[in-house]
Design a protein around this ligand. Structure first.
Ligand SMILES: Nc1nc2c(ncn2[C@@H]2O[C@H](COP(=O)(O)OP(=O)(O)OP(=O)(O)O)[C@@H](O)[C@H]2O)c(=O)[nH]1
Length: 410
């Protein structure tokens, strides 16, 4: 029992698993965030492209060896399946250049992994029909290594345990099935082939999970702001880019809100940086609680946030602003409600061609809202919404600043 516990602890430490959530993240992608799925799809597709491009050249080139060492009709028969495999690899490489998408990446990987076992099954069938000896026999035996090469290839992809089992089971079945005829004549040979394959499979699963764990920690670190837990500006830009393209492709609206907290500097100046951090964290939490599941909240800069509202037309963006204003963004240490100046932009109503212009527009409107008195939003067609607590909040914040200035002078 002690031995098993020690094994479990060492396995979880080497995979960096310390919580049930981290274990679940390695098992399935259900809890993976959008940046992780996108990043994983991009990595998988770029690697599928790389290997398919290499195999598309190597597989037909190997015919030269077949030509030199294998008997006449056999090498020509093999050349046919080599050419068919090369065409399949070229097709997969071409598909892998498309927009990263997790489902696409999985099917491409499944395609890449199935070409070689299929090639092996067909070539094995033909090779059995010949009485090979010497170098011919050695060349023929190299074909039996193909499934091993492919299973080792799994180590190059950051996969979940569920995906690994999905990809590995058919390959294990191929090896077991092709070893069955040997069972009658040479049991030790058949058992050692299956045993060796299972060992390589075990190492491949471990290496692939390790890669996934490392990728999860790297992407999480780069994608989520440590203070607020919101998307970082970098991950937010990726999200904006994606949502903008989706909106153009589906001809659907897309709104963004650019929020800048009002008089935030005074919180830092009067109550200290830690108090400022608490205000930021609360405001971020409130924003996250108010938006829908498919919306995204980004910490754009110090006390600036961007909310992405896919499929939201200007009137729906106003609904979200009303919800934010009524739920509030928390309280300042002096008890005044935290408010923000908000600029809105929408793809169709503003007829923008790229997300950068949309951000500039929203930023400009937010700035105008600041000048016009803060605690308000300025939307498409200059539509204005006022924070219900605007007067109280501004007055209290200004009183705090005035008291602070008097205290500093005396
Ligand atoms: N506590 C804390 N403060 C931050 C952080 N990032 C930026 N800030 C502060 O945010 C403040 C930004 O203030 P300003 O944009 O100059 O102005 P403001 O007081 O918000 O006033 P208006 O925007 O004009 O309403 C600066 O004092 C920054 O130091 C952070 O992570 N934590």
């Amino acid at each position: 029992m002690k031995y098993l516990t020690a094994m479990y602890i060492s396995l979880s430490e080497s995979l960096g698993i310390y919580t049930p959530d981290q274990l679940y993240e390695l098992f399935t992608n259900k809890q993976h965030s959008m940046p992780i799925s996108r990043h994983r799809a991009a990595i998988m597709q770029s690697r599928v492209f790389f290997f398919c491009a290499i195999f598309a050249v190597l597989v037909p080139t190997w015919s030269l060896i077949d030509l030199l060492f294998l008997p006449s009709p056999l090498w020509a028969e093999l050349l046919v399946i080599r050419i068919l495999s090369a065409i399949a690899f070229i097709f997969l490489a071409w598909q892998a250049r498309k927009e990263p998408d997790l489902n696409r990446a999985r099917w491409l990987l499944a395609g890449m992994l199935s070409i070689t076992p299929l090639f092996y099954l067909v070539s094995d069938h033909w090779l059995q029909a010949y009485e090979l000896s010497g170098t011919e026999q050695v060349i023929a035996e190299l074909y039996a290594l193909l499934p091993f090469v492919m299973i080792a290839g799994l180590t190059l992809f950051p996969l979940t345990l569920k995906e690994l089992l999905f990809f590995a089971t058919p390959m294990l079945a191929v090896v077991v099935l092709s070893s069955l005829p040997q069972v009658k004549s040479d049991i030790p040979q058949a058992v050692s082939t299956i045993w060796l394959f299972s060992l390589i499979l075990g190492v491949a699963i471990f290496a692939s999970l390790n890669q996934l764990r490392y990728m999860l920690s790297q992407v999480n670190r780069a994608s989520y702001d440590v203070l607020t837990g919101l998307l970082t500006r970098r991950a937010g830009i990726e999200m904006l880019d994606l949502q903008f393209r989706l909106s153009l492709m589906s001809d659907s609206p897309l709104s963004i809100l650019y929020l800048d907290l009002d008089h935030f500097k005074t919180v830092n100046d009067i109550y200290g940086h830690d108090a400022g951090d608490v205000v930021l964290r609360t405001a971020a939490q409130q924003l996250n609680d108010v938006v829908r599941k498919g919306d995204s909240v980004i910490r754009w800069g110090g006390e600036e946030f961007i909310v992405i509202l896919p499929t939201a037309a200007p009137n729906e963006a106003d609904d979200v602003i009303n919800r934010i204003m009524h739920a509030g963004l928390g309280l300042r240490p002096d008890g005044a409600p935290v408010t923000a100046s908000i600029g809105v932009a929408e793809v169709q109503a503003d007829a923008v061609n790229d997300w950068k212009t949309m951000i500039e527009l929203a930023d400009h409107r937010m700035y105008t809202a600041k000048i016009q008195g803060r605690a308000r939003s300025l939307g498409v067609n200059q539509a204005e919404l006022l924070w219900p607590v605007a007067a109280t909040s501004n007055k209290l914040a200004e009183k705090s600043v005035a008291q602070h200035e008097v205290a500093e002078e005396s």
